[in-house]
Design a protein around this ligand. Structure first.
Ligand code: PEP
Ligand code: MN
Length: 391
């Protein structure tokens, strides 16, 4: 935002009369959310005045100062504002209605990639997160050994389940509170931030020192929990549900964001299809779709997606090639003896090879600028684009 001394003229924000058919015509598009792109010369002071005037109409605003433009996101019954007259306001360059049901997660609201800082480790906007560790924390020796090994191989965060969502109630359910204590011990020793899953919002006090709270695939639509996590100032990693669409994943993010927490990462971990050769089907196209639709970082979990250790390395490389912002990979010091998900867990040596390949793929992609420009529909030249021409 430029610090121009220009003062906003005392023009009140025009309103549309939505109550009376005899009144001035309400805006044609009755979206409940809109974005206002301000003119580059707008000063901080004049922007504050614009926001105050919009809020005086009972609407909520979010101001996002981007590298190229400043956007005022307006949430609420935007029929109170008349588009055409708003466009006549000296500060306003453009007005757009957001028809997608996800607003705060929408790239239109926030054109730049969101970069999340996890205890100093950045994710998104070109920063890559290598998150590795066992499916479950099983013992002190196990988590410390794996933590040291993944750190040595270049991981930036340690994962490990303390509360485990198991299909059978007779299977190992995790070490629960003790598991979190052990993760914190591994964090103290290695310095790696920790990522672990919450299954019940009543357990939240146990997560105070956890760096990233994971919402598992099975909890992706636990809307009450998402709302509560939205009240925290802590990064949340939301995994895509087994049978959920990309839009539903974005709506899960929207639940967290609408409660105030904007530090959300999304995770593609495979979806259930008719295919049985792999545990799930890795939907890598979700990475491109999400990068187009949202500014939030996108992580890929090739472990749960394939369920087979030998497929993890090639799929991790593929995820890096298509521009994922990070990987979540299961690693065990003795996969054959793992209490959970041994078949898909890499040994520390296999993880080190995978991490080396991922770095090479990212290096190759960046040398040709493969992911320098975010995917946007606007970047598509419809006349030359066969996909658009066909639709
Ligand atoms: C996990 O990451 O350990 C896990 C249970 O994953 P998901 O929720 O994707 O099944
Ligand atoms: Mn697992």
């Amino acid at each position: 935002l430029t610090a121009s001394p220009q003062v906003l003229p005392a023009t009140p924000i025009p309103t549309a009369d939505v109550s009376s058919p005899q009144g001035s015509q309400p805006t044609k598009r009755k979206g409940r959310h809109m974005i206002i792109i301000t003119k580059p010369e707008a000063s901080q002071e004049s922007l504050r005045q614009l926001v105050a005037e919009i809020e005086a109409q009972g609407l909520k605003t979010t101001v996002v100062v981007g590298t190229e433009k400043t956007i005022v996101g307006v949430v609420g019954d935007t029929r109170r504002l008349d588009d055409d007259r708003l466009l006549g306001h000296p500060l306003v360059a453009e007005v757009k209605h957001i028809s997608d049901p996800f607003k705060r997660a929408n790239r239109a609201f926030h054109p730049d990639d969101t970069v999340i800082d996890v205890a100093g480790a950045k994710v998104g906007g070109g920063h890559f997160a290598m998150i590795a560790g066992p499916c479950s924390v099983e013992s002190r020796e196990q988590i410390l050994e794996v933590a040291r090994a993944v750190k040595a191989a270049g991981a930036g965060m340690l994962r490990g389940g303390a509360f485990k969502p198991r299909t059978s109630p007779y299977d190992f359910q995790g070490l629960r509170a003790d598991g979190i204590e052990l993760l914190l011990e591994a964090k103290r020793e290695t310095g790696l931030p920790i990522v672990t899953e919450i299954m019940n919002i009543n357990h939240l006090p146990l997560f105070e020192e956890v760096d990233v709270i994971q919402v598992g695939a099975r909890s992706m639509q636990n809307f009450e929990m998402l709302r509560e996590l939205g009240k925290l100032e802590k990064p949340i990693l939301i995994k895509r549900g087994l049978a959920n669409t990309i839009k539903e994943l974005l709506m899960a993010a929207e639940y967290v964001m609408s409660s105030g927490n904007t530090q959300v990462m999304l995770c593609e971990r495979g979806i259930r299809t008719f295919e049985t050769a792999t545990r799930n089907t890795l939907d890598l196209s979700a990475v491109s779709v999400l990068h187009e639709k949202t500014h939030l970082p996108v992580i890929v979990d090739p472990s749960h997606a394939t369920g087979v250790a030998r497929y993890v390395k090639p799929m991790a490389a593929a995820a890096a090639a298509c521009g994922a912002d990070g990987l979540l990979i299961e690693v065990h010091n003795n996969p054959a003896a793992a209490l959970c998900d041994g078949a898909q867990s890499l040994t520390p040596e296999e993880f080190a090879e995978t991490a080396t390949l991922v770095r090479a793929v990212r290096g190759a992609a960046s040398s040709v600028g493969a992911h320098d420009v975010p995917l946007t529909e606007a970047a598509c030249d419809r006349s030359a684009c066969r996909t658009c021409a066909a639709s």
